[in-house]
Each structure stands twice: as C-alpha cells, then as structure tokens.
Design a protein around this ligand. Structure first.
Ligand code: SF4
Length: 367
C-alpha cells in the first residue's frame, strides 16, 4: 500500500509552499542551499525544483555522491587490482565506468579485456562470491558514506567469524562531518543553509548535524527524498535564513530519530577507525575516511596487495572538483553535453546515477 505517499505528492500543498517561499525571499538576497546527498540531487532535478525556485533560492549540489568523491588515484589502484591474475573484483555498478587517471580506462573496459570484475548490490554479495569461489581471492570495492559502512562492517565481522580467508575490502569509505567542515571552512563556500541526508541521519541520528547551527550558524534540515519532503525542507530553511533563526530540524521524522541506528554504528565502530582520506575536489581531509582496525588488517586489500594510494590526475578539462564543491554548476563545465555525456563520460559526476552532472543532463530543459 503506497497511499501514504500521496501526502508527499500533494500539488496544492506544494503550490502553497512555493508561494510562501517566494513571498519570504522577495526582498531578501538569494538564499543558497546546499544538498549533500546524491539522492537529493536526483530528486531535486527530477522534480524541477531548481528552476521552480530560481532565482530567489539557489539549490547547489555538494559532495554527496560517493562515486564522485572517490579520487582518480584510488580508481587507478582499483584498476591495477583488476589486473592481478586470478583475482575477482566485486563492485557496485556505478564504479564500473569511472575512469582513473587515463580517460577511458575503466573497470568496464578492463572486464571487456578479460579482467574478472563482477557487479554486486551489496558487500554481502561479495562475501557470497568469496564463499562460492574458495580457490579465488575476492576484493570488494567499499565506497560510500555512513549508509553503506555498517553493511560493509557486518560483512567483515561475518568473514572473521567464519574464517573466510579469500575475502578483503579495498576501503574507500568516507565520513560526512569532516568533509562538511572542510567545505564550509573554504573561502569560496558561500552556503546559507544545508539540506541534510535523511538516510545518513537514519544511521548517525539527527544530532550528528547539530554542529551546523551551533558552530557555523547555519540552518539545517534532515530531509526525506520525496519532492514534497524536499520542498517542505527548503521552505523551513528559507524561513530560518530569512528570520535569522538557525537551527537543526528533522523533517524525516517518519524514519530518523535523534539517536539513529545504534546497532549499525556499533558494527561500524567495531571494524573501522577514522583515517585521513583524499577526496576528489576537496583534497586530503583529516579523519574523513575509514580504515580497518589492526585486528581486521587481514581483510584490508590495500595491505594484502600492497596497493599504493597515489593522488592520480584528473581528466583534462574536467571540472568535477569544482562541481563537487558547489562552486560551479554542471552546465558551466565547458565539456558538459559536448564531449561529456552519460554514454561517454569524462568525469565521475557524469557517470554516477547520483552525480550532479548526470542529474543536470538527464533532467535538462527540452531543446
Ligand atoms: Fe566532469 Fe563531465 Fe561534469 Fe565536466 S560535465 S565536470 S567533465 S563530469
């Protein structure tokens, strides 16, 4: 039964919210709201909210797509792994077409050339693959934020308990808070309010975003993913910006609690430790990634295979770094829609199903 969803697809209610947003910002400088989640990026583009609310409200995409923020050097290492004899690389589908430092060099192309690269829907699928192939080594490319970390941790715990020796993780997991702090401290940031990811908050709890109003004086709303959720959250953010009353609110209360999912966090903390991490567009950020704890080092593919985490080089002309920081709209990249399209992407923001460039291209205005 999906009837309850109708409350979030209510045209008259949406029209009232849009009207009130326009009234509030009539004599106010444009309000710049950043979403930090690729699922929000897609929801905003699909519902046409960006053009509906412009120019008074600017909706800006931030570093919310895990595939997009994975730097070229880490993709180079994943590509190198795929060339090891007898090894199976298990990855989410979005990573298949992300190039490393060399344009066109992707896991998909390596697979076409004979590498054993398998698409999986979860870390648990990769564990199953390892169990089904006891004479092969299976490496799972672990990307994502707080949403995918607990599942990856549970698989490492499972592998440890069952003595699964042919499974390891190339840990590319990221943490939201340190990246947000780095972004907001940048001189070119200029963000007035933040639309916070409901699925991350379901794990971390709402309070994980309390530092935004408390330390940066910025309104923040934890939001769901229906168009009505996002519009309501934007309305609340506009109210707070215009009223000068920054606070943290939870719009996604049907799923998100103050404490979050303590069992999921306990699994993640049992397996991983914060570690410095390199982000595409943001550079190296202290404690913004995760590393396997020493007691689970045998499941760390970087250790097991001696992988080097070099910086790598961005594709020539690609402006993904600026798009990820929210300082350049995708359409203003000189390659957008010309040499960079989803069928032949130059950078990860056009590859990923949650990338800002892919969203802008998929839902672009009709010619
Ligand atoms: Fe990178 Fe393509 Fe986006 Fe330009 S349009 S920033 S090249 S993904």
């Amino acid at each position: 039964d999906t009837a309850w969803l109708n409350a979030f697809r209510h045209p008259a209610g949406a029209a009232d919210l849009v009207q009130d947003i326009r009234r509030r910002i009539e004599h106010h400088a444009p309000v710049r709201i950043m979403e930090i989640c690729g699922t929000h990026t897609m929801a905003i583009a699909k519902a046409g909210l960006r053009s509906l609310l412009a120019p008074g409200v600017e909706l800006i995409s931030g570093p919310g797509c895990p595939v997009c923020v994975t730097p070229a050097g880490d993709m180079d290492a994943a590509l190198e792994l795929s060339g090891r004899p007898g090894l199976i690389v298990a990855t989410y589908g979005d990573l298949l077409r992300v190039p490393g430092s060399v344009r066109g060099d992707t896991l998909l192309r390596r697979r076409a050339a004979g590498a054993d690269v398998r698409t999986v829907y979860s870390a648990a699928d990769a564990v199953d693959l390892a169990r089904a192939n006891p004479d092969r080594e299976v490496v799972f490319l672990g990307v994502g934020f707080e949403t995918t970390t607990p599942g990856t941790a549970a698989c490492v715990l499972d592998a440890a308990e069952s003595g699964l020796a042919n499974f390891s993780v190339f840990c590319l997991l990221k943490r939201t808070e340190p990246a947000l702090r780095a972004l907001l401290s940048a001189p070119d940031c200029g963000v007035d309010a933040l639309l916070c990811p409901g699925h991350v908050a379901a794990v971390t709890g709402v309070d994980a975003f309390a530092f935004l109003p408390r330390e940066y004086g910025l309104p923040a709303v934890v939001s769901g993913f229906e168009a009505g959720d996002v519009l309501y959250s934007v309305w609340r953010l506009v109210c707070m910006v215009c009223g000068g009353t920054p606070a943290l609110e939870n719009e996604y209360s049907r799923l998100v609690t103050a404490a979050g999912n303590t069992a999921a966090r306990a699994a993640a903390e049992a397996v991983f430790l914060p570690a410095d991490s390199l982000w595409r567009g943001l550079g190296e950020i202290p404690a913004s990634g995760l590393a396997l704890r020493p007691e689970y080092a045998r499941f760390d593919a970087a250790v097991r295979y001696g992988l080097s985490r070099r910086r790598g080089t961005e594709p020539p002309g690609c402006r993904c770094g600026s798009v990820i920081r929210g300082v350049l709209p995708p359409e203003q990249c000189p390659l957008f829609g010309k040499v960079c399209r989803p069928e032949d992407p130059v950078g990860p923001c056009m590859v990923s199903s949650e990338g800002a460039c892919a969203a802008a291209w998929k839902y672009r205005p009709a010619d």
